[in-house]
Design a protein around this ligand. Structure first.
Ligand SMILES: *Cc1c(COP(=O)(O)O)cnc(C)c1O
Length: 428
């Protein structure tokens, strides 16, 4: 390692011992990093090809105001998303407030009173419980007479095909499949696994709509759920596809007829995709999507680096150090609250923004325990940027994701380790 690099690590509070430990891990990951770079290269080409095919021009970078009629930047960007994800249509909008909103309008746009929604992969993401009405909530699908059924995964994290077959009935209109584990400890599904599940569902009931929650999954592989049969798929622009530059937004891609119905829910019946000004966000949306394959590669390297560091130190890491990856989330089980807190302090201390603040556990609305969060992001709540959070309850696990660059993710993980060592929780 160069003297200059060592000096800056020292200035940032990383001891020689921690640095040497980290370098040894990086050395052991060369082949995996090369495979990630290869995926990023493929996805970069995919995005550039989509931009060229849709004839993105300088005029696309300007925005509209008011109704946003004939917003060429918006319409062309939706073409770029559709081409990239190999779908007929796309809805990519700053008016979609977050990932939950993208998923909520997809469900509400496609389901009607009397329909049933099925999750064949166990419990969905926390915020979806209120959207569906699993936890009673105002405005939920349940209030509109839409019922819900769930089939748990088998104990090894695979699909319970027998129970899924039984759960599909005459009312089943839609199936929702969450790719990423979110804050659960089940495995994240590969795109191939999702394809098998969709094929199975369609073999029982061909006209059921298969939707995928693709949050945290975009560009991790060279194919996406829409390449293996998903009819519609949604995600957040302050995660992977925004590339860290999108300041807000969400997307929905899929069959044209379905995307149109979602658009009627987002804006208004009759108006659909025709309205929705982009104000000044188009450049950030295009540029973020262009950078997303590389940004996701950096975040993935960070996740694998963290897994291998903490696995070597004897902690349980999910996924483990050598497993293949299908999202950018890494969980580390520390078994004690002090360790979760020290880890998050380290991540915070590595941030480009707010590095000087100390994160503390607090009573976050909607959670049944205190939660600690570390983030020093350019975009509020952006979790494609380096961030970590942990509920203060057993098994005292911390969930870690993001990093706009591999170099920043690496610094964050080294800082977390340094923090655990300084607090005498871990010794090398
Ligand atoms: C983040 C996430 C969501 C919700 O996204 P928000 O932007 O936080 O509303 C939904 N599902 C999964 C799997 C997620 O990771």
């Amino acid at each position: 390692m160069s003297k200059a690099k060592e000096l800056y690590y020292e200035k940032l509070g990383i001891s020689r011992e921690v640095l040497a430990f980290g370098e040894q891990i990086v050395e052991s990951l060369r082949d995996r990093f090369a495979a990630i770079d290869d995926t990023a290269e493929c996805n970069q080409l995919k995005v550039i090809q989509a931009m060229q095919e849709n004839r993105v021009s300088e005029a696309c970078l300007y925005g509209t105001t008011g109704y946003g009629y004939n917003d060429i930047g918006r319409d062309t960007l939706e073409g770029v998303y559709a081409t990239t994800f190999h779908t007929e249509s796309a809805l990519v909008r700053p008016q979609i407030a977050c990932g939950t909103h993208a998923l909520a309008i997809t469900l509400a746009g496609l389901l009607r009173p009397g329909d049933e929604l099925l999750s064949p992969v166990g419990k969905p993401y926390d915020t979806l419980e209120e959207v569906i009405g699993i936890r009673p909530s105002e405005g939920s699908l349940a209030e509109y007479g839409i019922t819900y059924r769930q089939v748990e995964l088998l104990s090894d994290g695979t699909f319970d095909y027998e129970a899924i077959q039984k759960a599909i009935g005459p009312k089943t209109r839609m199936v929702t499949i969450q790719r990423s584990k979110g804050y659960l400890t089940r495995p994240t599904f590969s795109v191939a696994q999702i394809g098998e599940l969709i094929a199975f569902v369609k073999s029982i009931k061909p006209d059921v709509i298969c939707m995928v929650d693709n949050c945290y999954g975009e560009f991790v592989e060279t194919i996406e759920p829409t390449d293996v049969g998903a009819d519609i798929m949604a995600g957040s622009l302050i995660k992977n596809p925004g590339g860290g530059l999108a300041p807000v937004g969400g997307y929905v891609v899929g069959k044209e007829e379905l995307v149109n119905r979602v658009a009627y829910r987002l804006t208004s019946p009759g108006l659909g995709k025709e309205v929705g000004a982009t104000l000044g966000v188009n450049t950030a949306f295009y540029q973020g999507f262009f950078l997303a394959p590389t940004v996701v590669a950096g975040a993935l390297k960070g996740a694998i680096f963290a897994a291998n560091i903490y696995e070597k130190l004897g902690f349980k890491v999910i996924p483990n150090g050598s497993e293949s990856r299908h999202d950018i989330i890494q969980a580390v089980e520390f078994g004690k609250p002090e360790a979760v807190i020290a880890f998050c302090k380290g991540i915070q201390a590595a941030a480009p923004v707010d590095s000087f603040v100390t994160p503390e556990p607090w009573d976050m609305p909607g959670y049944d325990s205190q939660v600690i969060m570390a983030a020093g992001a350019f975009v509020q709540g952006s979790s494609i940027e380096l961030s970590a959070d942990g509920p203060i309850k057993p098994p005292y696990a911390v969930y870690f994701q993001g990093g706009l660059t591999w170099e920043h993710a690496k610094l964050g993980i080294l800082k977390s380790l340094q923090s655990l060592i300084d607090e005498r929780i871990v010794t090398l």
